[in-house]
Ligand binder design. Structure first.
Ligand code: BTN
Length: 302
């Protein structure tokens, strides 16, 4: 019943009594259902004088749908809270969800980042979602393509290899996690996770997009999904992805310190290899780093 209420809410306040009438319950029961939504993590606002609404820009299904311009984002599940949207979407994929399916949660209790790290985001203040892909072409460049899509949609900042989106001052705005079900160049299922800090508060050393521009989360999500679809189609034209990524890079030409699965190394980031690896010049010669975590040494931190 409280999820039926969610579908009635909009960005304008409505009196609890009117909402209740549409559900066939009285005002007090309507208020109880509202409290359950708040408790589950949905950004529902209550005013004694005005009634109930969702925070402007909330990506409710009926507010997102009219903004979608492609097929990514359909079907769409919008949750107050979950452990990790990656797990939710993986389960849904096993039940047969199609490519383009998205799960977004306002709060994650076990959000995960790259290299086994936890991912923490403020409830109601970020875009924390996962997108399902069922690729037909090799996905080696997918992590870079997703970084490009995010940068294109957001319109500011730079990319740190492989795909962190950094604010103009070097603080981290967004992180990307690519999880594939089976190995090989064309995995059957890819669950792509994106965590983007939209509004404060943010974790230490991170940035919120709203510090740099006005943001409406539903508009932004629709824009990101559209760009993701564009860049996903570009996987068959790898040179385009590499070219765009290089344009937005804040890593190439810099002294970097890299934590790889094989240990720490330092050097100058020279170029991207055709497979998306980072080419680094160090004392020992030139090395290709296929997976790792880069720290930029110098003015830009993170
Ligand atoms: C990173 O920078 O380490 C990647 C962070 C990816 C976080 C997102 S939030 C949505 C999805 N669900 C998760 O548990 N992780 C990803």
């Amino acid at each position: 019943m409280h999820h039926r209420l969610l579908n009635l809410l909009g960005e304008q306040f409505q009196p609890s009594r009117i909402l209740g009438e549409q559900l066939g319950v009285d005002r007090d029961q309507a208020r109880y259902l509202v409290q359950r939504l708040v408790h589950e993590g949905y950004p529902v606002e209550v005013s004694k004088a005005l009634g109930v609404r969702v925070a402007p820009g909330t990506p409710l299904p009926h507010l997102l749908a009219p903004r979608l311009r492609g097929s990514f984002g359909q079907p769409y599940r919008y949750l107050g809270h979950t452990t990790s949207t990656q797990d939710e979407l993986r389960r849904w994929a096993e039940e047969g969800a199609p490519e383009g399916a998205v799960v977004l949660a306002e709060r994650q209790t076990a959000g995960r980042g790259r290299m086994g790290r936890p991912w923490v985001s403020a409830p109601g203040a970020s875009l924390t979602f996962s997108l399902l892909l069922r690729p037909r072409v090799p996905v080696a460049l997918l992590p870079l393509a997703v970084g490009v899509a995010l940068r294109e949609a957001v319109g500011l900042g730079g990319l740190k290899w492989p795909n962190d989106l950094l604010a103009p001052d070097g603080r981290k705005l967004a992180g990307i996690l690519v999880e594939a079900k089976a190995g090989g160049p064309v995995p059957g299922v890819v669950v792509l996770g994106i965590g983007l800090n939209v509004l404060p508060p943010v974790p230490p050393a991170a940035a919120a997009l709203s510090e740099f521009m006005p943001v409406n989360r539903a508009d932004l999500l629709a824009g990101i999904l559209e760009e993701l679809e564009n860049q996903y189609e570009n996987l068959s034209k790898p040179e385009r992805i590499l070219e765009h990524w290089k344009k937005y890079s804040v890593t190439l030409g810099k002294e970097v310190s890299i934590r790889t699965p094989r240990g720490e190394m330092q050097g100058r980031a020279l170029d991207l290899a055709e497979d998306g690896a980072l080419v680094v010049e160090s004392q020992g010669g030139t090395e290709r780093i296929a997976a790792g975590d880069v720290s930029l040494i110098g003015r830009l931190g993170g």
